[in-house]
Write a protein that binds this ligand. Structure first.
Ligand code: SAM
Length: 269
């Protein structure tokens, strides 16, 4: 996969030289290029922003430096058949999820356009649609100062799904959100620490019981912390013990879906 990132703060992306993503780049599993938006300006002050039409607070990123930068990056795509995907981080974009990360990990080329100030002139998105598949994308329902932090998070989430990046691919399967649930709690040595013991089942050596305990802990944790995820969970093929675990948490299986019982206590209604 090739990734290009355009930003007015290219140094902000330096962490992508570290850890698993840095190693993936060294190993040739991922090509990642960072471009300085100001290199695509033509005035003496290397201006990238101007006041908003219609008035209001803040500044807006000018369209032409973006068009120059993105045209250069698009040209570098060479003979690629599909349009590269242009991800524009924005709190007004579609939500970036683990499913999105999986989807984007299947692309050959991704380009990230890091906005700053009040964002990028909207016409850039219309123009860019001729050269890219444009996807405004949000990290979550809060506002950051710029797109760089969002790009760090998205590139890490996507990059670790590329074949060979994470040493043991099994660890990708058991994680939070891989099956629509949160991950179970994890423990390491010592088995007793500051008067707290690791759950006995994990020391039992009984792999069937350990797997069941972990599944039930996923259900408990998800019901407590993210009950919204259970609305989408496919409960149609759950074994009886798992239905009982959900019943204890206040959920019945109705037509393959989990329904919170009206008489169930707690806050996760
Ligand atoms: N005025 C914009 C709005 O209300 O939608 C927010 C602009 S924000 C201060 C500046 C830049 O930070 C955005 O252009 C975007 O690149 C990035 N950004 C802020 N919050 C984000 C989020 N939740 N997800 C992804 N990018 C975000």
């Amino acid at each position: 996969m090739r990734i290009d990132v355009v930003s007015i703060f290219p140094e902000y992306l330096a962490p992508l030289e570290l850890s698993l993503i840095g190693k993936a780049r060294q190993d040739g599993l991922l090509e990642l290029n960072v471009h300085a938006l100001r290199d695509f300006t033509t005035d003496r002050h290397r201006t990238v922003d101007d006041t908003p039409y219609g008035g209001g607070a803040g500044m807006v990123m000018k369209p032409e430096p973006w068009a120059q930068a993105l045209a250069t990056v698009a040209a570098a795509a060479g003979e690629a058949t599909a349009k590269p995907v242009l991800i524009v981080p924005s709190p007004a974009g579609e939500r970036f999820t683990q499913a999105t990360a999986h989807e984007l990990a299947g692309e050959d080329r991704l380009v990230f356009a890091c906005g700053r100030y009040e964002g990028i002139d909207e016409r850039v998105m219309e123009w860019a649609a001729e050269h890219f598949t444009v996807r405004p994308m949000s990290l979550g329902d809060y506002v950051l100062n710029g797109g760089e932090v969002a790009v760090l998070a998205m590139v890490e989430a996507i990059g670790r799904l590329l074949p060979g990046v994470v040493g043991n691919p099994e660890s990708l399967v058991e994680e939070s959100h891989s099956d629509g649930l949160l991950e179970y709690p994890v423990y390491t040595k010592p088995s007793s620490w500051r008067d707290r013991d690791v759950p006995a089942v994990l020391l039992s050596g009984n792999h069937g019981k350990i797997a069941q305990w972990r599944r039930h802990e996923q259900y408990r944790r998800t019901a407590e912390r993210r009950p919204d995820l259970l609305e989408e969970f496919d409960a149609g093929k759950l074994p009886r013990a798992d239905r009982t675990a959900f019943a204890d948490l206040g959920y019945d299986v109705v037509d393959g879906h989990l329904k919170r019982r009206a008489d169930a206590g707690g806050d996760s209604a």
